[in-house]
Design a protein around this ligand. Structure first.
Ligand code: DQA
Length: 155
């Protein structure tokens, strides 16, 4: 028998250069690899009753395509747009399509860094932003979404 309730789905999107986590400026971004981040998200999601899917791309258009494909499929979204945070109206516009709670996350505290990192194209359309907590920020983001997403009625 089909279960009446599906787990709420959360999509996690990692932007450019985050595939190099662990190797890339570890003094800023830490030693944890992206595979380890994603494995941790899967485990944390399970403990919170959430189904977590992850996606990484170095290409703005591929991220826009993935967001468009997510329409109607997820109850919440976590995004670290990386450098596109500061530039991408295209990613912002795609996110507006979804009408689901979005948590923007940055490993580093973008406000303690160069002035060009202080501007986010996403922050004002997000439920909230987590910045500067390293990989622990992903755990916090999932907890924040667990608090607001509703169970999926599959009846
Ligand atoms: C980042 C901060 C961005 O400014 C930078 O371009 C990144 C990573 C972070 O997680 O701290 O690639 O989003």
């Amino acid at each position: 028998m089909k279960p009446k309730m599906n787990l709420p789905g959360i999509l996690v999107i990692h932007g450019p250069n985050l595939n190099m986590l662990g190797k890339r400026e570890p003094e800023i971004y830490g030693a944890t690899t992206l595979d380890e981040v994603n494995a941790g998200l899967g485990e944390k999601g399970q403990s919170l009753g959430l189904q977590v899917d992850t996606f990484q791309s170095n290409h703005e258009g591929a991220i826009v395509d993935r967001i468009q494909a997510a329409l109607g499929c997820y109850q919440g979204l976590i995004i670290n747009p990386a450098a596109f945070t500061h530039t991408s109206i295209a990613i912002r516009d795609a996110l507006l399509l979804l009408k689901i709670p979005i948590v923007e996350i940055h490993l580093s505290n973008i406000y303690k860094r160069e002035p060009f990192r202080h501007k986010s194209m996403i922050a004002d359309i997000a439920l909230g932003q987590i910045s500067g907590m390293g990989v622990f920020g992903y755990t916090l983001a999932l907890e924040a979404l667990a608090n607001v997403v509703k169970p999926v009625d599959n009846a």
